[in-house]
Each structure stands twice: as structure tokens, then as C-alpha cells.
Design a protein around this ligand. Structure first.
Ligand code: NAD
Ligand code: GLY
Length: 363
């Protein structure tokens, strides 16, 4: 059973599952997973970095709970999130005779979670999986909500499925080994959640910086739990991303164009989204769509977490890249605007009007 400091947040989507947030959960993961799975075998999927840090601890816990464990380790990084690695995972499951009643466990960051989830969605037309996220981004965002995918040469996350996990175990102790670069990246999504849904969370974030937050473990756990609650609410309202879930794309339309401009090297996703959030909020303020001072607060808060908002490309240059955005439907595009800290809306507008807005703002 979870210790008293473990937070339990239940997600009611097409599948109902708990997200547990606490310390020391890795060493107890076998018992937790046993509560949600009758599997004989667990396919433990992880990258080489995370495997070296936590693979043995997790395998020991799973075996102590009576599971037989087959471990698949792949090289870390986005470059592994491909159909090539996916085929290797499918073959690994087949060679180890995984049946429909067995289960996968994704131990790692968003790359591991997305790819394992997609393997679980597709192998034998679907088997169970659990998420054991070990990056801040995966704990506050990617492990919750059931979006799974791999990348294609033509773009990120282009092949995927919605597949909810049976359980999410966020052991926040694992963040102690997370390099600062990846902590910063996750903070981009944390600030985004505050901006779109919670002035209370945003105010708490304003009172910390990366340095002070990483030292205050209780505050960090609380912030992670607040993020999971926000994500839970959004996913419950719109699991399949046709309405409210698009709010999670705040800063991402321009952010994706920024990443594309830099050819996905030299800028992290978090930095690109931070710049995208700043740009769109600045424009919204100029068009009287956002309270005065919203952008200044956003930029100051991002700065505290090492999220720099200055980028090379102009708004006009970014406009054309937005044409390829997944959020564009025919001649219209859905833009997420924060009218104030903690308050957001989706504005559907003709692509031409969005271009005009960007061009006007870059004058
Ligand atoms: P990642 O999985 O590549 O992890 C980042 C790095 O941290 C890796 O090198 C990994 O080995 C290392 N690492 C992980 N945990 C560690 C730990 N505790 N200690 C030390 N090192 C550790 O990347 P990420 O930033 O976690 O996730 C990015 C991915 O998430 C992208 O592919 C993105 O598309 C996806 N994503 C998915 C969703 C969704 O809803 N499914 C949402 C946001 C992002
Ligand atoms: N991270 C975006 C989503 O889950 O919809």
C-alpha cells in the first residue's frame, strides 16, 4: 500500500487508472503492478541510461512480486523513437512468447513511455502497459493521458494511438539523477499547465527557481501532483483531442515551427515551447486578447527555470512552418491564447488571419 505521503490521482478516461506520486515507489513497483495486472510476464522496456540507474531495482521488485521479467534496453534519446526500435520491441515480445494477458512496463522518460505505449497498443492488437516515468516531463505530462507514438523521418509523433496505461507510478526520487537540461525541459510544460489552467500553480512557480525548487522536495512533489491533476482534468474532458485537450498545445504551434527552423538540433523542445508561449502571449496582449502584464509575468517565471525566450527566426519566418502543423484543419488553425495567467481559450481562425497577425507583430 502507498505510504502516507504518496498522492493518488485517479484518471477516468476510456480506462480508469491511478497515478501515484511519491518517493521510493520503484522498489515497491511490483506490488503496485500486481494490484492492476494478472500478468505472468512483464516486458520491462527502458533506455540504456535509465537501465543503468534503475533497471535492476525495478526488475528485483517485479520478480519479488512474482512476475517473470524480460528486459528490453534501447539506446537513449529521441533518435530511438522510431519504427525500427518498435519492430525490435514487437519481435522481442514475440520471441519471449508474450500473450495478450501479459503486460509491458515503460521505465524512463517520454521517449520510452510513448514507444512502449504504442507497442502495447499494437502487439497482439493490444496488451496492458504501465508507466514508470523518470523525467519531470514524463511525470507531469507524457505518462498521463494515453497518447502514444513513434516518429517518422517526416516529423515527430506521426504514427501513434490512444492507449491508456493501467497505472502510472511517479517515483519523484528518480528526479535526483535527472540532468538539469531535462529538468528545465520539463519545467516548460509545468509553466504551461499553470498558464492555461491554474493561477495558484503559476503563483507557486513564481516563488521558486530551478535551484530552490530542486532543493525543496515537498514543493516539487506538490507541483508534480498539481500538474497531474490539471492533465487529468483536461484528458477526462476530451480524451481524444478534439476540443479542450488542444489547450495543452499552448506555445506549441510556434514552438514546433521554432524546432523545425533549428532542424531539431541546438534548441530543446522546452526552450522552443517557452519562446512560442512568449510570442503568442505578446501578440495576444497587443490585440487586447490578454490582460496587460501577462507576458511579462510569463517571461519572468520562465527565466527563473532557465527557459530563455529569445530565438533567431522572425514571426514571419515561423508563420510558413505553421502551415504543416497538426493543429491546422483545412483553411483554419486553432491557436491557444492565455487571456490571463491561469485562463486560456482556443481561437479558431483562418490561416491567413494568423499569418497576418504574425506579420503585423513582427513589424
Ligand atoms: P527522454 O525520454 O529522451 O528522456 C530524456 C533523457 O533523460 C534521456 O537521455 C534519458 O535516458 C534520461 N533520463 C530519464 N530519466 C532519467 C533519470 N531519472 N535520471 C537520469 N537520466 C534520466 O525525453 P523526455 O524529455 O522525458 O520526453 C520527450 C518525449 O516525450 C518526446 O518524444 C515527446 O514527443 C514525448 N512527449 C509525449 C507526450 C504525450 O502526451 N505522450 C507529451 C509530451 C512529450
Ligand atoms: N501533451 C499533449 C497531450 O497530452 O495532449
Amino acid at each position: 500500500m502507498p505510504n502516507s505521503k504518496t498522492e493518488r490521482i485517479t484518471v477516468k478516461a476510456s480506462g480508469k487508472y491511478d497515478v501515484l506520486i511519491g518517493r521510493g515507489l520503484l522498489s515497491e513497483c511490483g506490488e503496485y503492478i500486481k494490484e492492476v495486472s494478472g500478468a505472468e510476464k512483464i516486458g520491462l522496456i527502458t533506455d540504456d541510461n535509465v537501465n543503468a540507474l534503475y533497471g535492476d531495482e525495478v526488475q528485483t521488485s517485479l520478480e519479488s512480486a512474482g512476475f517473470s521479467v524480460c528486459r528490453f534496453v534501447f539506446p537513449h534519446g529521441e533518435q530511438s523513437k522510431t519504427t525500427g526500435t518498435l519492430v525490435k520491441i514487437w519481435n522481442f515480445l514475440c520471441e519471449n512468447k508474450f500473450s495478450r494477458s501479459d503486460c509491458l512496463a515503460a521505465l524512463g522518460g517520454g521517449v520510452t513511455g510513448d514507444m512502449t505505449g504504442f507497442a502495447a497498443a499494437t502487439y497482439l492488437r493490444g496488451i496492458d502497459f504501465v508507466q514508470i516515468p523518470t523525467t519531470l516531463l514524463a511525470q507531469v505530462d507524457s505518462s498521463v493521458g494515453g497518447k502514444t507514438a513513434v516518429d517518422l523521418a517526416g516529423g515527430k509523433n506521426l504514427v501513434g494511438a490512444f492507449k491508456q496505461p493501467k497505472l502510472v507510478l511517479c517515483d519523484t526520487d528518480t528526479l535526483e539523477t535527472l540532468p538539469e537540461e531535462f529538468f528545465t525541459d520539463g519545467m516548460g510544460e509545468v509553466v504551461k499547465h499553470g498558464m492555461i489552467k491554474s493561477a495558484k500553480l503559476f503563483e507557486k512557480l513564481e516563488s521558486y527557481t530551478t535551484e530552490t525548487l530542486r532543493k525543496d522536495k515537498n514543493a516539487l512533489d506538490d507541483i508534480i501532483a498539481q500538474n497531474v491533476s490539471i492533465k487529468r482534468d483536461v484528458v477526462q474532458a476530451d480524451e481524444f483531442d478534439t476540443g479542450e485537450r488542444m489547450l495543452l498545445n499552448f506555445g506549441h504551434t510556434l514552438g514546433h515551427s521554432i524546432e523545425q527552423y533549428y532542424n531539431y538540433t541546438g534548441i530543446t523542445h522546452g526552450q522552443a515551447v517557452a519562446a512560442g508561449m512568449k510570442m503568442i502571449t505578446d501578440i495576444a496582449e497587443k490585440h487586447m486578447l490578454a490582460e496587460k502584464g501577462t507576458c511579462e509575468r510569463l517571461v519572468k517565471c520562465l527565466d527563473g527555470y532557465g527557459l530563455n525566450v529569445s530565438v533567431e527566426p522572425t514571426l514571419e519566418q515561423l508563420g510558413s512552418a505553421c502551415m504543416n502543423d497538426k493543429k491546422r484543419f483545412g483553411g483554419t488553425i486553432n491557436i491557444v491564447i492565455c487571456c490571463d495567467v491561469g485562463a486560456s481559450m482556443i481561437r479558431k481562425m483562418p490561416v491567413e488571419s494568423f499569418f497576418a497577425m504574425l506579420s503585423e507583430a513582427s513589424e
